[in-house]
Design a protein around this ligand. Sequence first.
Ligand code: 5GP
Ligand code: MN
Length: 323
Amino acid sequence: MAGSMSEILSFIRDNRQFTVMSHTSPDGDTLGSALGLVHMLRAMGKEAEAVCSDPVPGIYSFLPGADEVKTGGEGIGYPAVIAVDCADKCRFGKVAKFFDRAEITANVDHHGTNDMYASANWMEETAACGELIYRLIKELKVELTKDMAACLFTALMTDTGCFAYSNVTEQTMKIGGALIAAGADNSEINMKVFRTSPYAKSMLQADALSRTKLYCDGKIAVTTVTLEDMARHGALSEHCDGIVEQLRDIDTVEIAIFIREDVTKLKGSFRSKRYADVSRIASVLGGGGHKRAAGYTCVCPMEEAVETAVRLGEEELQRCLKA
Ligand code: 5GP
Ligand code: MN
């Protein structure tokens, strides 16, 4: 069961105060969707707050409402709690307590691995969770403001590789167009998110890429970043964003693997180019995601994590060969 939009419409209509939750290590889709939803709820005369376990990365600080996102476990914790872009409860991090304490909960997501953990659920495998929020706005006949449009356009742009990936449909483009018509500034958002890099980020990425290792005749590419690497460059964990996509860009690569050290765990990211299903690999490791982009966390030495990820990558390539 993937729930339905109507479950979410009732959840929104029947409640007045909402806490909207994004996932840990937030990206443009989870933040854009959550803030778009907060703006929509307020436009309906309801109270809403956005919460996230981790800080908002600098590249998303321009999003309308980004300065109001409560992080690190801060927040009011309203009776109705709605999670966006979170495939499972492990994605909540420090804000899980709001979900656990809530009177009623909802889950709006686009990951096929979603386990329907809330009282009201809606999972549809769209290009971005932002598409689902856009459809809620339309269905509820709320006027689409410039702020909502900027948030949702960022969600679409970040989850589709700037409208380039195979998850883009005619519907995605139509929604993108409607968001531009409502005031989203395509080139300004693109510049802020994809074409602006602090020096420390550029140097960390160059360092990580220069240590890339290839396996399986170049079909698998792997690199890693430790806390020490980040400290040496004066970089933050958010500055690792984009490394795994650059690994995938290598012409021979089908599966890209990037593992970074966090304070208490390792965070792994997988990307595939044309045929491998990396959500299968991430699921084996306790994570999840999409066919072409998935992730997981683990607690073990870095060399062991690399070895395991490469072995699972090889097995996935073997499986595809046989299929
Ligand atoms: P990223 O590698 O950019 O962190 O994530 C890629 C995709 O995998 C995203 O759609 C993200 O939501 C999902 N993902 C990343 N890490 C995890 C995880 O630990 N668990 C689950 N279920 N999904 C994850
Ligand atoms: Mn997403």
